[in-house]
Design a protein around this ligand. Sequence first.
Ligand SMILES: [Zn+2]
Length: 341
Amino acid sequence: MRNGKREIFMKAIRGEATERPSIACVNQTGTYEQMEALGVKWPDANFDADLMARLAIGAHTILDFDAVRVPFCQTIEEEALGCGVLIGDDKNLPSIATHPYDIGMTPHFPEDFLDRGRVKVLCKALKKVKEEVGGEVAVMGGVIGPFTIVGELIGINDFLIATLKNPKMLHEFLRVATKAATQLARALLDAGADAICIEDMLASMDMISPAKYKELAWPWEEELTSRISSAPVILHICGRVNPIIKHMIATGATALSFEPKTDVTAVKQAIKEEGKQVGIIGGIATMEDLFFGDPEKAKSSALRAAEEGYNVIAPGCSIPPGTTTETLRAMLLRETEMLGG
Ligand SMILES: [Zn+2]
């Protein structure tokens, strides 16, 4: 019997051989066309569990990917830790408006963290997604990396300055952020998630040096990963990750997700040298292939990604919501001989 979509994704993220490459997106999947087709829009889908679930399921029923995920935004832990959130609108995701701390203050972990903000909404949405499509596709829960959470608790400019001038003063913040991400990830696993995706956007080489990554981002990614390692963990970092790839592997993550500007041959070589089996996720450029691209571009990049040995062919980061369904479905490579239709 051929493996179903869920099995193919779960094997692929473990770096195991599959009958075809898995196709998915481990970052946000919402698009305006899916919203139109499903009769559900932002901002409501970021605040109501049923609507969040309905839009998330579009990655299965409309895009035909092997996995679905919640949430769409990257603000849930920060809101529960005290950040003010702008709700966004039908075109834009919620964003952080206010930062509760200055460097030098002592951060506080609220004991009722799991009852705050939209944490319960997110967990309820994941449970609903799991109940409705969990037999067919893999269900991912998304959390934010500790380094990125701290950036929003303090404000990104002050945070980046502190990484250079007062790195020791960030430790207590990073500890609190790791606790928050751990609790959220465990709650999502309790709700039925098959895998957790950690997105650590600020830990990108576009924002910090490899040395700062190793000093301030990596240890907490590693701790978070080890605390939730009962389930597969996907670590996503934006940009070109070659300078930090050995550390990303050493977090113990099941799979790594990055943008195609990364040299994937070097990634495969590093995994081999470390003696590990790690899934590789990506290959599709979110702007060039998807937003500014077309079905032909998306398809040729997907074919190249398959040849390069990506286990999961996926957008290298969040799907730009203006991307068309036709372009996203071109990633499926349905009519190609290689994948047997
Ligand atoms: Zn990214």
